[in-house]
Unconditional design. Structure first.
Length: 246
């Protein structure tokens, strides 16, 4: 049942911390269930009046909430600010910011991916469904086609998506969101070092999928970790070359 916006009580706030206080009120309403995913906030005009702030201040607060992944702004006659369904947006943004600020090094990023992937593979061997297997197989086929067409940019994107799909097959949204965030940061890393060709990704994927469908956790984990370590060695070597040149 959608919340009636007339029943939402917003308090007037102090101008000095207006943006933060607006965001805190909306977060509080989501936390206690007064606002639920899919609910629409009051109109911009109405909300500004209730909060006793300018529309510019309100818009800045809404942008903050949107950037955090809590709401989404929709355009049109039926548009407005809506509470989002659960997503990894905030985690992706936060991890990406840490990477760009230099708080996460490429070495730490590749190391974390190996640790996380090992856990994901073992759980996926237990929990993955036929639908998950089919989605992963489709991804491998699409990656093969992109490789044949020389679409290295698309191939890299699909290869990262493979890990996200694999994490989702664990049926744990925390693990899925974490992997999505790590792979999003990997996308930034790959952009810097540039795409490259290798002849072992697709054969490894096919071997891995065979082990995964057989629910052979040891064989699947061994295949995946061996592949990632080889790939990461090449990535870091290219990163170090770029750093030395700079």
């Amino acid at each position: 049942m959608k919340a009636a916006t007339s029943e939402l009580t917003f308090a007037a706030i102090s101008p000095a911390r207006a943006v933060d206080e607006i965001a805190a009120q909306v977060r509080g309403m989501v936390a206690d269930g007064r606002l639920r995913p899919g609910d629409r906030l009051p109109s911009e005009r109405e909300l500004a009046l209730r909060l006793q702030v300018s529309r510019n201040t309100l818009r800045e607060a809404l942008r903050t909430l949107e950037h955090a992944g809590l709401i989404e702004m929709r355009k049109g006659a039926s548009g407005g600010a809506f509470v989002r369904e659960g997503s990894a947006g905030a985690i992706v943004t936060g991890l990406s910011d840490l990477y760009h600020l230099g708080a996460i090094t490429p070495q730490q990023l590749t190391e974390a991916r190996i640790w996380l992937t090992e856990m994901v593979v073992r759980v996926a061997c237990e929990r993955a469904s036929e639908e998950d297997f089919d989605a992963l197989d489709a991804n491998v086929e699409a990656s093969s086609q992109a490789d044949a067409a020389g679409r290295f940019d698309l191939r890299q994107k699909l290869n990262r998506e493979f890990h996200v799909l694999l994490a989702r097959s664990t049926q744990n949204p925390i693990i899925a969101a974490t992997m999505e965030s790590v792979m999003a940061v990997f996308g930034h890393f790959i952009e810097k070092i540039g795409p490259s060709e290798n002849a072992y990704t697709l054969p490894s994927r096919k071997r891995f999928m065979k082990h995964l469908r057989n629910r052979d956790a040891e064989a699947a984990t061994t295949e995946m970790i061996k592949y990632l370590k080889r790939l990461n060695t090449e990535y870091l070597a290219r990163w170090n070359e770029l750093a030395a040149a700079a």
